[in-house]
Write a protein that binds this ligand. Sequence first.
Ligand SMILES: [Zn+2]
Ligand SMILES: [Zn+2]
Length: 254
Amino acid sequence: MAFALSIVKLEEAMKKPGCMICRTEQETAIHTLKSMLWESTNDFHHRELIKDAYGFCPEHTRMVVALELSTSGPVLGVNLIYESVVKKTLRELQGVKPGRKTGGGFYEWLRNLGLPLPKWVKPGVLTPKVACPACTTSTQTGMNTLSTMFEQIEIRDENFISIYQQSDGVCFSHLRLGLTQLMDEHPQAAAFLIEDTKKRLSAHQAGMLEYIRKHNWAYKHEQMSEEEKLAWIKTLTFYTGHPESRFSHKVDEF
Ligand SMILES: [Zn+2]
Ligand SMILES: [Zn+2]
């Protein structure tokens, strides 16, 4: 049984553009990064996690920097976090000896005999012990939220279903995850989501076909409807989870 608070939160996310699960994941990542930024100076557990992951993934690194730069203070959190990551990296680089391959024992013996090493033997160098901590918490929350969604649809919560139908819908990767993990337990919800997605995609497809057709010189005089103009963006929202506004003329520079 889903908690009332998580249902309310999910309903709020559904009323905003883009995939509601992606949105929840993003909010969780922000929350995680904020707490790691402001508390990691004292929180040993957080600090160890970040070090074990060699910092955050590229996307969450940008996010943590943006969070800190958006405050008026100095960039102290990022300095503290990354100084400790650098310290660990330097210590570990010290232990990597070129020419002396790791693996040892049995593998060393195979190598001495001139036999090939099994393909799966990849001596680890600088291997993170854990994934990016913000990815870990956000993925976990995403999965819980997806579960809540399947549960509410399964018990036919009419209000919830109606909000879902007016939303941008769940994105491709979260639909796939939900169907893979939750379909057996929630067959009605899975059937509903499959039908709903088919309906949306068919409408987008029709819109895109009309968009293409009306760009043909012979049909240029025909008016283009709003749905036809937006069908491709809605399609991209489905495949990426991103809200409409994320698709613009701006190319992110490296
Ligand atoms: Zn999504
Ligand atoms: Zn991450």
